[in-house]
Design a protein around this ligand. Structure first.
Ligand code: FES
Length: 159
């Protein structure tokens, strides 16, 4: 993605220039770029007078923020206790194998991101996988291919 510092500046200037604006500004960047570009974090650090290391701590603490660009397709596997005991680790391992990336990463071709989450709040229907915002209930490793094919099909429809 092309870095445009004037766009970054415009986002920062939309918010009051005080420390309390940190989270809203980061949310704004995440919403706009689907990750937090490093140059933008430097600019936020200068604008709000917050050390960069503190901003990175905040960004890594909250799951909603990503320091790495996200793929066109996002797959999230719930690894909360209820999903875990029903086989989520095997499902995650299957996605890792099929996509060729570990959880928490984006494939080099930018097509897929794979993440794990602690609990999606719908434990009764676990194990749960969210693929491009769609929830898949009671999944197992046999569903992994099906879910990936659905994502590819959606892609072809959009072309
Ligand atoms: S543990 Fe997976 S939805 Fe709660």
């Amino acid at each position: 993605m092309q870095i445009d510092q004037s766009e970054f500046e415009a986002i920062i200037q939309k918010h009051p220039q005080k420390k309390e604006s940190l989270i809203p500004i980061l949310q704004n960047f995440q919403g706009e770029y689907l990750y937090l570009p490093p140059v933008a974090l430097n600019m936020v650090s200068q604008a709000l007078d917050i050390p960069l290391i503190d901003i990175i701590s905040v960004a890594t603490f909250y799951n909603a923020f990503s320091l790495e660009p996200k793929g066109e397709h996002q797959v999230t596997v719930c690894m909360g206790t209820a999903c875990h005991v029903r086989g989520a680790p095997k499902i995650l391992a299957e996605f890792e194998k099929k996509l060729g990336i570990e959880a928490g990463h984006t494939r080099e071709d930018g097509k897929y991101s794979l993440d794990e989450v602690a609990c999606l709040g719908c434990c009764a229907i676990g194990p749960v996988v969210v693929a491009d915002g769609n929830y898949h209930a009671q999944t197992n490793i046999r569903n992994v291919d099906k879910i990936l094919k659905m994502l590819e099909k959606e892609e072809k429809k959009e072309q």
